[in-house]
Design a protein around this ligand. Sequence first.
Ligand SMILES: N[C@@H](CCC(=O)N[C@@H](CS)C(=O)NCC(=O)O)C(=O)O
Length: 217
Amino acid sequence: MSGFTLYGYFRSSAAFRARIALNLKGIAPELEFIHLLKDGGAQHTDSYRKLNPQGLIPALVHDGHTITQSLAIIEYLDEIVPAPPLLPRDAPGRARVRSIAYQIACDIHPVNNLRVNQYLKSAFGADADTQASWQRHWIGLGFEALETMLARDAETGAFCHGDTPTIADICLIPQMANARRVKLDLSPYPTLTRIEATALSLPAFDAALPQNQPDAE
Ligand SMILES: N[C@@H](CCC(=O)N[C@@H](CS)C(=O)NCC(=O)O)C(=O)O
């Protein structure tokens, strides 16, 4: 399929989610790189804010529509390209997958975002070490609950839910990359690291890694 444009940045974990979903669906989008740091951040320019008034990436343009929010992008792709499905067929399964995805996308990720770290610095003088410590705290708290849930539930398989990747894995793997970047000790989360290794053995996940992007630095 063609006619997709993804606005992203190699290190953005929300863009990483969108890249995995596009890869799983076999879609190779045109790429527009929004450098989040250079010259104060391209996400804040008038031209990008016209596309996404939130000033956040990713944004996906397709068929005259601009879609923002990574989970909305992923569910849109899943609806227009149904195979392979990124959500289970059964309602309890879909609820469980969304619960895992939202734990990451709604509770862990937002408090660790770039703009939060920039505000920690400008308002409270938090240096890079303090910011990393903040991130380790919030990621660790979220991972503790996720590890308990995934280790306990019979629905957990090779992936977060069963033996094929879902939206839960699409959120988990980029969050693991962020955890590694701030040097969180991952030894207390053996289920998460096992699922990460399985997911990264798939080309769709591996090709979406930050270091494998054309704008990687
Ligand atoms: N909930 C949004 C989060 C998007 C988001 O926070 N993107 C980050 C990069 S991971 C961003 O653009 N940050 C720019 C900034 O903080 O200025 C989504 O899932 O798309």
